[in-house]
Design a protein around this ligand. Structure first.
Ligand SMILES: CC(C)(COP(=O)([O-])OP(=O)([O-])OC[C@H]1O[C@@H](n2cnc3c(N)ncnc32)[C@H](O)[C@@H]1OP(=O)([O-])[O-])[C@@H](O)C(=O)NCCC(=O)NCCSC(=O)C[C@@](C)(O)CC(=O)[O-]
Length: 286
């Protein structure tokens, strides 16, 4: 039997947070419901951040309340602080994610805090989530390149990833936020991170601005990473990373993994149907 690689669907969050127009709760729910039938074990559907900072994620509580939950699927949400965590718990998120950066410039631009301040902010979030039995994922953004500070040193990524893991994150997702990473730099970054975090607790999160995301997935597979984030129809980007395109598309990642001899557990026809729903959102965008 071939080895399993998990694709974590992040389109409803990472994708829609960057859309130009306001997407209604009904439209978001339609997309999540289509994705729920595909076979993903985890779908990131919400973000409990300031509506002033990211207006596109308004209504996240309503989205979590209105989706048709499918057994075996964990529905996740981003939380930047305790307030976000409490809102996510109230809305019934099955998993939450805190998000840090390996570069100071992006940390300030994205969450108005230094890296050290952000990690301190996350400690009580992890403690409270542990109390109520909700798993916490940790993101590290800008793992090779930062839109404000330029190149990021592998050791800086390893430090933040190690802190998040030590704090209790069950998984650390390494984000090439700009989609600018060259495979050899991803390899060097992973070499440093693996000194502190075991491969089974890592995920790869590659944006595809320059068409190199799948090469970077390949490098990470070679390093033992077996979880990758992807976005249906390649939706997305980050409002605080100018010029960044969406994540690698879930469809191309599934095809790539299949060709490389891995099992992903997704039903391709249903994935295509969900991609049609996502493309419909763009078309409505004009
Ligand atoms: C962290 C803050 C809130 C700090 O924002 P701040 O201005 O420093 O802090 P604040 O405490 O003064 O809060 C500002 C306002 O937000 C409210 N507020 C405070 N907390 C919350 C909350 N949880 N939910 C809702 N509202 C909140 C708070 O009440 C206040 O409202 P006001 O008094 O002005 O009316 C802000 O910077 C923020 O929301 N940033 C989020 C930015 C974001 O979501 N970026 C995109 C996601 S990260 C990403 O895309 C990278 C990733 C994960 O995909 C991986 C990758 O690709 O690299």
């Amino acid at each position: 039997m071939s080895e399993r690689v998990e694709i974590v669907e992040v389109g409803p969050r990472d994708g829609l947070q960057n859309e130009a127009r306001a997407i209604s709760v009904t439209e978001k729910v339609r997309l999540v419901d289509a994705l729920s039938l595909v076979g993903f074990r985890r779908i990131e559907v919400a973000s409990f951040v300031s509506e002033k900072w990211v207006p596109q994620m308004a209504g996240s509580g309503e989205v979590l309340g209105a989706i048709t939950r499918v057994s075996g699927v964990r529905y996740g949400a981003l939380v930047p602080n305790m307030r976000g965590l409490e809102a996510a718990l109230k809305a019934g998120a099955d998993e939450v994610a805190v998000f840090a950066s390996a570069s100071e410039g992006f940390s300030q631009a994205n969450i108005n805090a230094s890296i050290a301040e952000s990690l301190e902010r996350f400690r009580p979030v992890l403690a409270r989530a542990r109390e109520v039995g909700v798993p916490v994922r940790g993101y590290v953004s800008c793992v090779t390149d930062c839109p404000y500070d330029g190149l990021v040193a592998p050791e800086a990524v390893a430090r933040v990833a190690g802190e998040l893991r030590t704090m209790g994150c069950f998984e650390v997702s390494l984000g090439d936020t700009l989609g600018r990473a060259a495979p050899e730099r991803v390899d060097a970054m992973l070499g440093a991170v693996l000194e502190r975090v075991e491969a089974r607790a890592l995920a790869g999160h590659f944006h595809d601005s320059f068409g190199r995301a799948l090469e970077n997935v390949s490098v990470a597979l070679g390093r033992g990473v077996r979880v990758f984030d992807a976005s249906v129809a390649g939706l997305g980007g980050c409002p605080y990373a100018p010029g960044a395109a969406g994540n690698v598309s879930s469809e191309s990642l599934a095809a790539f993994l299949e060709a490389a001899g891995f099992e992903h557990g997704l039903e391709i026809e249903r994935l295509r149907a969900a991609a049609d729903v996502a493309v419909g959102l763009w078309e409505a965008d004009g």
